[in-house]
Design a protein around this ligand. Structure first.
Ligand code: NAD
Ligand code: ZN
Length: 391
């Protein structure tokens, strides 16, 4: 089969690789009908996540048709159409039983190594390095699905693949980001980052009763989706003379937003706009030429409220004003999405027409174009917002 393979930092290739096989009675094999590239894949592409090996198959957002099931699989059969969540979970450990699926204890065979090297581990993830189990990903024609009775959700209506594909990650991720922000009806919510995750966080914030959402980014096409499709008030953080923190305070009567969502994560390390702290004269401790959304969120958020962090961070984060977070009594919620908790309810919302997730798709491509599109997304060229692959 054909698969998009990581060959090294900023190097992807489409290769012919062996088809996956059932290796555990709880596995299923699916033929992939649609898959997507995620902002998280850019962290692998950029070399920010350790323990990738040359030839690893990329991709954790995918869906398809069940081809074959192992002898212990009960819920799926050949021919079923399924969306596969990016987190692999066993369904029976302490964490799965407590709806904390993305920290499942049994699905990552390399968890101990990860804990020794980095102090933490998570569940197995498709196509996301050996520290998350080294599972082959879904930017391919077929994939092996471990614990096939636990993750995949069956799609029984005739709704299109494209409308449900993002249940594999970014819709639940944006939704959990809004849940984690503790939004109450009438709240004002600020969202840093209008990539796919930020856009779903904005849409979800409104679903949860937010009155006003302020969307912050620097790309016109993304800001216009935030405003046009989702209804947010937008801010371009590169606008000369705009101080995000002051602007947020002005909009909220001096208090700061009730909830802040950092839907940027490590991406911000690669951004280059100067002067974040110029106006508050705190350059000594926090001088940086790279505005990191989390720093800004801590400075901006209303006292006693919540910052939700769906954006991915890896390793040690330097120069974060933790004293301000402490002093303001801020709550912080973060982590990989507990996917299995949201799949059913969000599928219902899509089927009821409350949201059409296709609004953000900017590119539809064949698998051969994937390497080129990685590069374009990383550079934010060609107005790339979300890429869907028909493999
Ligand atoms: P993306 O790269 O398409 O979007 C990030 C956006 O942030 C870009 O539009 C960029 O212009 C903007 N940005 C950069 N610096 C900014 C700043 N200082 N202020 C405001 N905006 C800024 O990525 P995405 O697909 O939307 O993913 C966003 C983040 O969510 C990534 O870190 C990704 O790894 C993470 N993610 C987390 C989970 C999870 O389970 N928690 C799942 C999927 C993705
Ligand atoms: Zn993803």
């Amino acid at each position: 089969m054909k698969a998009v393979c990581w060959m090294g930092k900023e190097s992807m290739e489409v290769q012919n690789v062996p088809d996956p096989k059932i290796i555990n009675p709880k596995d299923a094999i699916i033929r992939i009908t649609r898959t997507a590239i995620c902002g998280s894949d850019l962290h692998l592409y950029g070399g920010f996540i350790p323990s990738m090996e040359s030839g690893d198959i990329m991709g954790h957002e995918f869906m398809g048709i069940v081809e074959e099931v192992g002898s212990d699989v009960r819920k799926l059969k050949r021919g079923d159409r399924v969306v596969v969540p990016f987190t692999i979970a066993c369904g029976s450990c302490f964490f799965c039983q407590n709806d904390l699926w993305s920290v499942c204890d049994n699905s990552n065979p390399n968890a101990q190594v990860a804990e020794t090297m980095y102090g933490y581990s998570g569940s197995g993830l498709f196509g996301f390095s050996h520290l998350y189990g080294g599972y082959a990903g879904g930017q391919a024609q077929y994939a092996r699905i471990p614990f096939a009775d636990v993750g995949p959700i069956k799609i029984e209506s005739d709704i299109s693949d494209e409308k449900v594909l993002f249940l594999s990650d970014i819709f639940p991720t944006g939704y959990q980001a809004a849940v984690n922000a503790n939004i109450k009806p009438g709240d004002t919510v600020a969202v840093w980052g209008c990539g796919p995750v930020g856009l779903f966080a904005i849409a979800s914030a409104y679903m949860l009763g937010a009155e006003k959402v302020i969307a912050i980014d620097r790309f016109a096409e993304r800001l216009s989706l935030a405003e046009g499709y989702c209804g947010a008030t937008i801010m371009d953080y590169t606008d000369e003379g705009l101080n995000i923190q002051e602007a947020l305070r002005d909009i909220t009567g001096g208090m700061g937003p009730d909830c802040c969502i950092d839907a940027v994560g490590m991406e911000a390390h690669a951004a280059t706009t100067a002067g974040l702290y110029d106006t508050v004269k705190q350059k000594l401790m926090m001088e940086t030429d790279r505005p990191i959304a989390l720093r800004e969120a801590i400075q901006a958020v209303r006292k006693g409220s919540t910052i939700s962090i769906p954006g991915v961070y890896g390793g040690v984060l330097d120069k974060v004003n933790f004293g301000a977070a402490f002093g303001k009594g801020v709550h912080m919620n973060m982590g990989q999405t507990h996917m299995q908790a949201y799949l059913g309810p969000l599928l219902e919302r899509i089927e009821a027409g409350q949201i059409d997730p296709t609004f953000m798709i900017s590119h539809r491509i064949g698998i051969e174009q994937a390497p080129e599109m990685y590069s374009k997304w990383q550079k934010k060229e060609d107005q790339v917002t979300k890429i869907v692959i028909d493999p």
